[in-house]
Design a protein. Structure first.
Length: 351
């Protein structure tokens, strides 16, 4: 074995702690625990608790000394505060109950506490709840970023169902992540992009599209890994971009969008339905890649076609079965190059 090529094992550095329920609530109140970082979702137990009764049953578990699942935190690099990876609903329930925001109901073992808020319990039960020990695992900020991403992803399998971009948002913070969020919410991009699912408006799908554009553009559309790893690697490699490079990325994105708006307007990133002679109202991710990358590669003074001519040629391209099929295939490799080159050919008015 060649020792010179042996890789240093990547490490996750984690520390277990036992906090009392009161400790956890105090840390939430003092903002030492961030209950709702960017990647977290709303407090669904409070909104949908009529049937499952999870809140009351969790408090009853404290009273009965039933084991509570481990809570996972990530330590922020800048402030050393804790962000919740897994356990937000439990923590919110602890906080709300100690603040008398709901009363217990429909409990079968401790029927005697049904209808009671925290302040209405006897002193013994109050002590039982607030002093109860909860195991927490804190992923320390010295942990390898790629391994930290893996931890988020695997915990996500059985819990809060984060999207890959939501995980990147939490594990790869820096100037580039801030830029992605800025551009995803820019006025023109919000006007041109129309994602199909309502949840895409809040699960960082738009930020991932911006990331896709940069990753493909600056890698000259060369991708050998899975799309998820390809995007994660690009974001990690550019996590803390200098201000000059941030400006380069920002200007590239805005200038490309402006060109697309000039030539396509409301039809940007939309598939033309030949059978119905209509543009699909929702954006297509593969077409987003093709149009953004093509317009980014061609200078304005090289374009040899009017907006009206461009749209007519694009409609004709979408009649091509191979091109149409490529819009629903995985974006990558030769397929994405072919899509981009097809659009570039139109812009240059190549026959």
């Amino acid at each position: 074995m060649n020792l010179a090529t042996k890789k240093t094992p990547r490490r996750i550095i984690a520390q277990p702690y036992d906090f009392s329920v009161q400790d956890l609530v105090d840390k939430i109140e003092s903002s030492d625990i961030d209950l709702k970082p960017d990647y977290q979702r709303n407090y669904v137990w409070g909104d949908n608790d009529e049937i499952e009764n999870k809140r009351s049953r969790l408090i009853e578990s404290l009273l009965l000394n039933i084991p509570i699942p481990v809570i996972y935190f990530a330590e922020q690099q800048e402030t050393l505060k804790y962000e919740v990876i897994d356990g937000q609903q439990r923590l919110r329930t602890f906080q709300d109950y100690l603040q008398d925001k709901f009363e217990l109901k429909n409990l079968e073992i401790r029927e005697d506490v049904n209808g009671k808020k925290y302040s209405e319990l006897n002193p013994k039960d109050r002590d039982e709840i607030r002093k109860r020990s909860i195991r927490a695992i804190v992923i320390l900020n010295e942990s390898d970023e790629e391994i930290k991403y893996e931890v988020f992803e695997r915990l996500n399998l059985g819990s809060i169902q984060l999207t890959p971009q939501e995980i990147r948002n939490n594990t790869l913070r820096g100037s580039f992540n801030d830029l992605l969020k800025e551009l995803a919410n820019s006025e023109l991009f919000s006007k041109l992009i129309n994602l199909k699912l309502k949840k895409d408006q809040s699960n960082m799908a738009k930020e991932e599209l911006v990331l896709r554009f940069f990753a493909y553009h600056f890698s000259d559309m060369k991708r050998v890994e899975s799309l998820s790893y390809f995007l994660t690697k690009y974001m990690k490699d550019n996590q803390n971009l200098s201000q000059n490079k941030i400006e380069l990325h920002r200007n590239l994105f805005h200038n490309t969008l402006a060109s697309i708006n000039k030539y396509l307007g409301k039809n940007a990133f939309s598939i033309y339905q030949v059978k119905t002679s209509r543009w699909n109202p929702t954006s297509n991710r593969a077409l987003f890649d093709a149009e953004m990358l093509a317009f980014a590669k061609v200078n304005q003074d090289e374009i040899r076609i009017t907006p009206k001519q461009f749209i007519e040629r694009l409609k004709k391209l979408m009649e091509d079965q191979e091109f149409k099929k490529s819009l629903i295939d995985q974006s990558g490799g030769k397929k994405i190059e072919k899509r981009v080159n097809s659009v570039i050919s139109i812009l240059l008015n190549n026959q």
